[in-house]
Design a binder for this molecule. Structure first.
Ligand code: URA
Length: 192
């Protein structure tokens, strides 16, 4: 039974026509940290696929979670990671054709499900990966556009009520130094 009522969504005709399946968020329903990415890749949309597995971006995220003690796995390539204290999701739940970027309309169409996830999980920290997720989170949590592109915002935080927003470069484009910054900032936010 799906946690969220997205059913057989057809809000985005191009995505609905292309998709293998809708890729929902997953992880620990009691999570303090919600990580919001862009959209699932082709492999992650296989019948037994999970967001942030099966490609380099996924392995980088899983490796980070292992380092933070938020995964029960030791191998970042595991396809069904068991996570603790963290929920992984995306601004768009269908794999866009040819792994293209989601359109603003597609992000807006899918926001309903992301908001339902926020309501259900009630994270204390929302970490966004890449410009699409940053734009969504700034709009949703702070009612404004991000003040700059995500490269300039990497590692910075904002308060929105009792939620802390952390902007990060997407792992597909992040340098090792940027991943190290992400780990350091997350470690201190989650310790507090
Ligand atoms: N996999 C996801 O689920 N989201 C991304 O943004 C990248 C890879």
């Amino acid at each position: 039974m799906p946690l969220f009522p997205d059913g057989e969504c057809t809000r985005c005709p191009a995505l609905a026509a292309n998709r293998q399946r809708i890729v929902r968020g997953y992880g620990d329903p009691q999570a303090r940290l919600m990580i919001v990415g862009e959209a699932p890749g082709y492999l992650e949309a296989r019948p037994d696929g999970r967001a942030f597995t099966g490609d380099r971006s996924g392995r980088r995220v899983q490796k980070l979670l292992i380092a933070l003690g938020m995964s029960e796995e030791t191998d970042p390539a595991v396809e069904t990671p068991r996570l603790r204290g963290v929920w992984l999701t995306n601004v768009v739940r269908c794999n866009p054709p040819g792994n293209r970027n989601p359109t603003p309309a597609e992000v807006a169409n899918c926001a309903l499900f992301l908001c339902a996830e926020m309501e259900a999980i009630k994270p204390k920290v929302v970490a966004t990966l890449g410009n699409f997720a940053a734009r969504w989170a700034f709009g949703e949590l702070l009612g404004q556009e991000p003040p700059a592109g995500v490269r300039a915002l990497h590692g910075q935080t904002w308060r929105a009520g009792d939620v802390t927003l952390l902007c990060l470069v997407h792992p597909a484009r992040a340098s090792n130094a940027q991943i190290a910054v992400a780990e350091q900032v997350l470690r201190s936010l989650l310790a507090g």
